[in-house]
Design a protein around this ligand. Structure first.
Ligand code: APR
Length: 252
Protein backbone atom coordinates (compact mmCIF):
# COMPACT_ATOMS: atom_id res chain seq x y z
CA UNK A 1 0.00 0.00 0.00
CA UNK A 2 1.36 3.43 -1.01
CA UNK A 3 1.41 5.79 1.98
CA UNK A 4 1.38 9.58 1.90
CA UNK A 5 5.03 9.71 2.89
CA UNK A 6 5.86 7.32 0.00
CA UNK A 7 4.02 9.65 -2.41
CA UNK A 8 5.70 12.71 -0.90
CA UNK A 9 9.19 11.19 -1.16
CA UNK A 10 8.61 10.24 -4.80
CA UNK A 11 7.30 13.72 -5.74
CA UNK A 12 10.19 15.40 -3.92
CA UNK A 13 12.79 13.09 -5.51
CA UNK A 14 11.43 13.77 -9.01
CA UNK A 15 10.73 17.49 -8.56
CA UNK A 16 12.45 19.75 -11.06
CA UNK A 17 12.00 22.96 -9.05
CA UNK A 18 11.31 22.19 -5.39
CA UNK A 19 11.16 25.04 -2.86
CA UNK A 20 10.38 25.15 0.85
CA UNK A 21 8.50 27.66 3.01
CA UNK A 22 9.38 27.28 6.68
CA UNK A 23 7.96 28.74 9.86
CA UNK A 24 8.72 28.70 13.57
CA UNK A 25 7.58 25.09 13.91
CA UNK A 26 10.73 23.75 12.26
CA UNK A 27 12.77 25.30 15.10
CA UNK A 28 10.70 24.18 18.13
CA UNK A 29 12.77 20.96 18.37
CA UNK A 30 15.83 23.22 18.66
CA UNK A 31 14.32 24.75 21.79
CA UNK A 32 12.89 27.89 20.21
CA UNK A 33 9.16 28.30 20.92
CA UNK A 34 6.91 29.08 18.01
CA UNK A 35 4.39 31.93 18.20
CA UNK A 36 0.85 30.56 18.30
CA UNK A 37 1.08 27.18 19.99
CA UNK A 38 0.15 26.84 23.67
CA UNK A 39 3.76 27.55 24.71
CA UNK A 40 4.30 30.08 21.94
CA UNK A 41 5.97 33.49 22.20
CA UNK A 42 2.67 35.32 21.73
CA UNK A 43 1.39 33.72 24.95
CA UNK A 44 4.19 35.55 26.82
CA UNK A 45 4.33 38.74 24.76
CA UNK A 46 1.14 40.31 23.39
CA UNK A 47 1.86 40.83 19.66
CA UNK A 48 -0.12 44.08 19.75
CA UNK A 49 2.26 45.44 22.41
CA UNK A 50 5.51 43.88 21.19
CA UNK A 51 5.13 42.77 17.57
CA UNK A 52 4.10 45.88 15.62
CA UNK A 53 6.22 48.70 14.19
CA UNK A 54 3.94 51.12 16.06
CA UNK A 55 4.80 49.40 19.34
CA UNK A 56 8.51 49.71 18.52
CA UNK A 57 8.20 53.43 17.79
CA UNK A 58 6.17 53.99 20.97
CA UNK A 59 8.45 52.06 23.33
CA UNK A 60 11.60 50.56 21.79
CA UNK A 61 13.08 49.66 25.19
CA UNK A 62 10.03 47.48 25.92
CA UNK A 63 10.14 45.73 22.55
CA UNK A 64 13.87 45.13 22.93
CA UNK A 65 13.10 43.12 26.11
CA UNK A 66 11.27 40.58 23.90
CA UNK A 67 13.98 40.78 21.25
CA UNK A 68 16.67 40.00 23.86
CA UNK A 69 14.72 36.86 24.79
CA UNK A 70 14.45 35.84 21.13
CA UNK A 71 18.18 36.45 20.57
CA UNK A 72 19.09 34.40 23.65
CA UNK A 73 16.88 31.52 22.50
CA UNK A 74 18.34 31.59 18.98
CA UNK A 75 21.94 31.97 20.22
CA UNK A 76 21.64 28.87 22.44
CA UNK A 77 19.87 26.83 19.75
CA UNK A 78 21.41 24.42 17.27
CA UNK A 79 19.91 23.13 14.02
CA UNK A 80 17.77 20.01 14.48
CA UNK A 81 17.37 17.06 12.04
CA UNK A 82 14.60 18.94 10.23
CA UNK A 83 16.98 21.77 9.29
CA UNK A 84 19.65 19.23 8.39
CA UNK A 85 17.26 17.29 6.13
CA UNK A 86 16.47 20.43 4.11
CA UNK A 87 20.20 21.19 3.85
CA UNK A 88 20.77 17.65 2.53
CA UNK A 89 18.01 18.06 -0.06
CA UNK A 90 19.77 21.22 -1.26
CA UNK A 91 23.12 19.40 -1.44
CA UNK A 92 21.39 16.63 -3.46
CA UNK A 93 20.34 19.43 -5.85
CA UNK A 94 16.69 18.61 -5.18
CA UNK A 95 15.72 21.64 -3.06
CA UNK A 96 16.32 24.92 -4.92
CA UNK A 97 15.66 27.40 -2.11
CA UNK A 98 14.21 27.89 1.34
CA UNK A 99 11.94 30.84 2.03
CA UNK A 100 11.96 31.16 5.79
CA UNK A 101 9.80 33.29 8.08
CA UNK A 102 12.28 32.57 10.87
CA UNK A 103 15.01 34.92 12.11
CA UNK A 104 17.03 32.29 14.02
CA UNK A 105 19.64 31.63 11.30
CA UNK A 106 19.32 27.85 11.89
CA UNK A 107 18.89 26.98 8.20
CA UNK A 108 22.21 28.69 7.45
CA UNK A 109 23.85 27.01 10.44
CA UNK A 110 22.59 23.65 9.12
CA UNK A 111 24.41 24.35 5.84
CA UNK A 112 21.56 25.60 3.65
CA UNK A 113 22.89 28.19 1.22
CA UNK A 114 19.96 29.52 -0.82
CA UNK A 115 17.89 30.92 2.05
CA UNK A 116 15.52 33.86 1.59
CA UNK A 117 14.93 35.62 4.94
CA UNK A 118 11.36 36.74 4.33
CA UNK A 119 10.97 38.35 7.75
CA UNK A 120 14.50 39.72 7.99
CA UNK A 121 17.34 38.96 10.33
CA UNK A 122 17.75 39.94 13.97
CA UNK A 123 21.55 40.32 13.79
CA UNK A 124 21.43 43.21 11.31
CA UNK A 125 20.37 46.61 12.76
CA UNK A 126 19.19 49.89 11.28
CA UNK A 127 18.68 53.45 12.51
CA UNK A 128 15.16 54.66 11.72
CA UNK A 129 16.37 58.27 12.24
CA UNK A 130 19.42 58.60 10.01
CA UNK A 131 19.26 55.37 8.02
CA UNK A 132 22.64 54.00 9.13
CA UNK A 133 22.76 50.20 8.89
CA UNK A 134 24.88 47.92 11.07
CA UNK A 135 25.93 44.40 10.04
CA UNK A 136 27.24 41.44 12.02
CA UNK A 137 30.75 42.89 12.10
CA UNK A 138 29.72 46.28 13.53
CA UNK A 139 27.56 45.21 16.46
CA UNK A 140 27.36 41.65 17.79
CA UNK A 141 23.72 40.97 18.62
CA UNK A 142 24.72 38.30 21.16
CA UNK A 143 26.81 40.82 23.10
CA UNK A 144 23.99 43.34 22.90
CA UNK A 145 21.52 40.76 24.25
CA UNK A 146 23.89 39.84 27.10
CA UNK A 147 24.11 43.49 28.13
CA UNK A 148 20.31 43.84 27.94
CA UNK A 149 20.81 47.46 26.82
CA UNK A 150 19.09 48.49 23.55
CA UNK A 151 21.80 49.42 21.00
CA UNK A 152 22.06 53.04 19.87
CA UNK A 153 23.13 54.59 16.59
CA UNK A 154 26.75 55.75 16.82
CA UNK A 155 25.84 58.71 14.58
CA UNK A 156 22.65 60.11 16.09
CA UNK A 157 22.16 58.19 19.34
CA UNK A 158 18.67 56.84 18.50
CA UNK A 159 17.80 53.29 19.66
CA UNK A 160 18.39 50.94 16.72
CA UNK A 161 15.85 48.50 15.27
CA UNK A 162 16.80 45.00 14.12
CA UNK A 163 15.95 44.35 10.47
CA UNK A 164 13.21 41.91 11.45
CA UNK A 165 9.82 42.64 9.91
CA UNK A 166 7.26 43.77 12.46
CA UNK A 167 3.52 43.69 11.83
CA UNK A 168 2.75 46.87 9.88
CA UNK A 169 6.02 46.77 7.92
CA UNK A 170 6.46 45.69 4.32
CA UNK A 171 8.51 42.66 3.26
CA UNK A 172 11.94 43.71 1.87
CA UNK A 173 11.61 44.15 -1.89
CA UNK A 174 14.44 41.73 -2.72
CA UNK A 175 13.02 38.96 -0.50
CA UNK A 176 9.53 39.49 -1.93
CA UNK A 177 10.69 39.42 -5.57
CA UNK A 178 12.95 36.39 -5.14
CA UNK A 179 10.23 34.48 -3.26
CA UNK A 180 7.49 35.24 -5.77
CA UNK A 181 9.78 34.27 -8.63
CA UNK A 182 10.71 30.98 -6.92
CA UNK A 183 7.03 30.22 -6.22
CA UNK A 184 5.99 30.96 -9.79
CA UNK A 185 8.52 28.48 -11.16
CA UNK A 186 8.13 25.78 -8.48
CA UNK A 187 6.62 22.41 -9.34
CA UNK A 188 6.47 21.38 -5.68
CA UNK A 189 6.49 23.27 -2.36
CA UNK A 190 7.35 21.90 1.08
CA UNK A 191 5.44 23.92 3.70
CA UNK A 192 7.07 23.15 7.04
CA UNK A 193 6.09 24.24 10.54
CA UNK A 194 3.93 27.24 9.79
CA UNK A 195 0.35 28.05 10.80
CA UNK A 196 0.03 29.76 7.39
CA UNK A 197 -1.99 32.64 8.83
CA UNK A 198 0.42 35.55 8.23
CA UNK A 199 0.41 37.09 4.78
CA UNK A 200 2.04 37.66 2.39
CA UNK A 201 4.21 34.66 3.43
CA UNK A 202 1.16 32.40 3.64
CA UNK A 203 0.32 33.29 0.05
CA UNK A 204 3.55 31.82 -1.33
CA UNK A 205 2.24 28.23 -1.59
CA UNK A 206 -0.86 29.55 -3.34
CA UNK A 207 1.21 31.38 -5.95
CA UNK A 208 2.94 28.07 -6.68
CA UNK A 209 -0.36 26.19 -6.70
CA UNK A 210 -1.71 28.59 -9.34
CA UNK A 211 1.11 27.24 -11.50
CA UNK A 212 0.08 23.64 -10.76
CA UNK A 213 2.71 22.99 -8.08
CA UNK A 214 2.10 20.19 -5.58
CA UNK A 215 1.87 21.40 -1.96
CA UNK A 216 3.32 19.02 0.62
CA UNK A 217 2.72 20.22 4.19
CA UNK A 218 4.68 19.05 7.23
CA UNK A 219 3.04 19.96 10.55
CA UNK A 220 2.05 18.39 13.86
CA UNK A 221 -1.54 19.53 13.27
CA UNK A 222 -3.78 20.63 10.41
CA UNK A 223 -3.77 24.31 9.45
CA UNK A 224 -5.98 26.52 7.27
CA UNK A 225 -3.65 25.63 4.37
CA UNK A 226 -4.33 21.93 4.97
CA UNK A 227 -7.98 22.55 4.26
CA UNK A 228 -7.69 24.69 1.13
CA UNK A 229 -4.30 24.23 -0.42
CA UNK A 230 -2.34 21.20 0.69
CA UNK A 231 -2.16 18.17 -1.60
CA UNK A 232 -0.28 15.85 0.79
CA UNK A 233 -0.33 16.41 4.56
CA UNK A 234 2.47 14.69 6.50
CA UNK A 235 1.52 14.85 10.17
CA UNK A 236 4.31 14.70 12.71
CA UNK A 237 7.34 16.55 14.00
CA UNK A 238 9.43 17.89 11.13
CA UNK A 239 12.58 16.75 12.94
CA UNK A 240 11.30 13.21 12.29
CA UNK A 241 9.28 13.43 9.07
CA UNK A 242 11.79 15.39 6.94
CA UNK A 243 14.71 13.02 7.72
CA UNK A 244 12.40 10.10 6.85
CA UNK A 245 11.79 11.66 3.43
CA UNK A 246 15.56 12.01 2.89
CA UNK A 247 16.13 8.41 4.05
CA UNK A 248 13.60 7.09 1.53
CA UNK A 249 15.09 9.14 -1.31
CA UNK A 250 18.61 7.92 -0.49
CA UNK A 251 17.46 4.29 -0.34
CA UNK A 252 15.42 4.46 -3.55
N1 APR B 1 7.07 19.99 13.57
C1 APR B 1 6.15 20.45 12.68
N2 APR B 1 5.31 21.49 12.93
C2 APR B 1 5.42 22.08 14.14
C3 APR B 1 6.36 21.66 15.12
C4 APR B 1 7.19 20.57 14.79
N3 APR B 1 8.12 20.08 15.66
N4 APR B 1 6.20 22.46 16.22
C5 APR B 1 5.22 23.34 15.93
N5 APR B 1 4.74 23.11 14.69
C6 APR B 1 3.72 23.86 13.96
C7 APR B 1 2.54 24.34 14.78
O1 APR B 1 1.52 23.35 14.80
C8 APR B 1 2.09 25.57 13.97
O2 APR B 1 1.18 25.21 12.95
O3 APR B 1 4.34 25.04 13.48
C9 APR B 1 3.38 26.08 13.34
C10 APR B 1 3.92 27.34 13.97
O4 APR B 1 3.00 28.38 13.71
P1 APR B 1 3.26 29.84 14.31
O5 APR B 1 3.60 29.74 15.75
O6 APR B 1 2.09 30.69 13.89
O7 APR B 1 4.59 30.34 13.57
P2 APR B 1 4.72 30.88 12.09
O8 APR B 1 3.74 30.21 11.20
O9 APR B 1 6.15 30.80 11.73
O10 APR B 1 4.32 32.43 12.25
C11 APR B 1 4.42 33.22 11.09
O11 APR B 1 3.92 35.16 12.42
O12 APR B 1 4.20 36.13 14.46
C12 APR B 1 4.59 36.21 13.14
O13 APR B 1 6.58 37.05 12.22
C13 APR B 1 6.07 35.99 12.99
O14 APR B 1 7.25 34.73 11.30
C14 APR B 1 6.18 34.69 12.21
C15 APR B 1 4.84 34.60 11.50
Amino acid sequence: MITDIDRAAEIIHNAKSLIALTGAGISTESGIPDFRSAEGLWQKYDPAEYGTIQAFHANPEKVWRMLFDMVDLARNARPNPGHTALSELEKMNILKCIITQNIDNLHQEAGSVNVIEYHGNVSRLECLQCGTRYGDGDMDIGTIASGRVPPRCTRCGVILKPTVIFFGETIPRDAMDRSNSAAQSADAVLVVGTSAVVYPAAGIPLIAKQNRAVIIEFNIEATDLTRYGTDIFIQGKSGTTLPEIVRRIKSS
